[in-house]
Design a protein around this ligand. Structure first.
Ligand code: ATP
Length: 307
C-alpha cells in the first residue's frame, strides 16, 4: 500500500533537552498506525511536528511525495480538548469545514449523519459549553473527519470516553481506514490499540523501540502463557520445562513460557498428575509487552520488524 505520510529522521530539542532523537516511520493508505510509548516518550511532540505546530531541528515530514503539507487533506484531533464555548454545535462544525474549503451543504449532511451516529441527535443547536466532556470530544472528533481527510491524526482519541463511546469511536476509526483513510493515533489504552491497529511504532525517550505490524510484534515479543484452572503445587508448575515464571491465585495458575515454545510439543511435557479443570494457551498482551518495555526488559536493540 502507498505511503501517505513519511517521517524521516525527526529530531527536536527543547533548550538543551533532546526529546526526539531521529524518529522515522510511515503511515500507509487505509491503515491504522499506532504511536505508543510511556508518558514523556515524545509522541505528542512527533505529532505536533507533523502538524506544523512546531518545526523539527532535523528531519523531514513528507505527505505523498511533498514536503509542503496540504492542511485541508489532514484531520487532527489534538491532545488538548475543548472548542469555543458560546457557539452552537452546527455553527462551529460548519465554520471548521469552511476553513478546510469543504462545501457547506455536504458538510451539513455529514454533520447530521455523524451527530446521529454519535448519539448526539438534536444537539446541533446546543451551545458547546452545555455539552458534557465526552460529548464535546465527539464533536471535536466529528470536526476532524468532516472534510473527508486523506490522513487522520488522533492524539489520545479514547481518553475520557465511556466504554460505549470508545466502541463507537473504534468502529468509526476502522470504517474510515477501510474506506482508505491513513490513520495515525496515539493511545495508552493498549487493549483498544490491540483491537484496531494494523501496525505500531513504540518509542521511549525520543527513540524507536519497536516498529512493525501487530502480528509481527506479537510473534516477536509476546511469548505464550498457559493458564490452568485446578489445584496445583507452585513448585510442580515451576519444574515444568520452558516455564519462565508462574503466577498463582487460588486455583488459577498462569505459566509464562520462554520464547519460541512450540505449544503442541510443550503440552507433551506436562506431567500426568497435574490437576486441570480448564487450560488455555495464548500470547501475552500488548499491555504486557508495553510494561516490559517501560521497565527496560525490551530495549532499543530490539529494533525494527518488517514494517
Ligand atoms: N513546549 C515544550 N517545552 C519544553 N519541553 C517540552 C515541550 N513539549 C514537550 N516537552 C517535553 O518533551 C518530552 C516529550 O513530551 P511529549 O508531550 O511529546 O510526550 P508524550 O509521549 O506525548 O507524553 P504523554 O503520554 O504524557 O502525553 C517531555 O519530556 C516533555 O516535558
Amino acid at each position: 500500500m502507498e505511503n501517505v505520510l513519511s517521517i524521516q529522521g525527526l529530531e527536536k530539542s527543547f533548550k538543551d533537552k533532546q526529546v526526539l532523537k531521529g524518529i522515522s516511520f510511515e503511515v500507509k493508505k487505509g491503515e491504522i498506525m499506532a504511536i505508543l510509548g510511556p508518558n514523556g516518550a515524545g509522541k505528542s511532540t512527533t505529532i505536533r511536528n507533523i502538524m506544523g505546530i512546531m518545526y523539527p531541528d532535523e528531519g523531514k515530514v513528507i505527505f505523498h511525495n511533498h514536503t509542503d503539507i496540504p492542511r485541508h487533506k489532514i484531520g487532527y484531533l489534538p491532545e488538548e480538548r475543548g472548542l469555543y464555548k458560546n457557539v452552537k454545535v452546527m455553527d462551529m462544525l460548519l465554520y471548521l469545514a469552511d476553513l478546510k474549503d469543504y462545501p457547506k451543504e455536504k458538510a451539513k449532511e455529514r454533520i447530521m449523519y455523524y451527530l446521529d451516529k454519535f448519539d448526539l441527535n438534536g444537539k446541533e443547536n446546543t451551545n458547546l459549553e452545555e455539552l458534557s466532556k465526552g460529548m464535546n470530544q465527539k464533536v471535536q472528533f466529528i470536526s476532524s473527519i468532516l472534510h473527508e481527510p486523506e490522513l487522520l491524526i488522533l492524539d489520545e482519541p479514547f481518553s475520557g470516553l465511556d466504554p460505549v463511546s470508545q466502541d463507537v469511536f473504534k468502529d468509526e476509526i476502522r470504517n474510515l481506514a477501510n474506506k482508505g483513510t491513513a490513520i495515525l493515533l496515539s493511545s495508552h489504552q493498549m487493549n483498544l490499540v490491540e483491537e484496531i491497529c494494523d501496525r505500531l511504532f513504540m518509542m521511549q525517550e525520543g527513540q524507536k523501540i519497536i516498529y512493525g505490524s501487530l502480528d509481527e510484534v506479537k510473534t516477536e515479543y509476546a511469548n505464550f502463557k498457559c493458564t490452568i484452572r485446578g489445584k496445583n503445587k507452585l513448585d510442580d508448575l515451576k519444574a515444568i520445562s520452558e516455564v519462565q515464571r508462574v503466577e498463582q491465585s487460588e486455583d488459577v495458575s498462569v505459566l509464562y513460557l520462554e520464547k519460541d515454545v512450540v505449544p503442541i510439543q510443550w503440552f507433551k511435557t506436562l506431567p500426568d498428575h497435574l490437576n486441570i479443570h480448564e487450560l488455555t494457551m495464548d500470547r501475552i498482551s500488548l499491555h504486557e509487552i508495553f510494561v516490559d518495555i517501560a521497565s527496560g526488559k525490551i530495549n532499543q536493540e530490539a529494533g525494527e520488524l518488517h514494517a
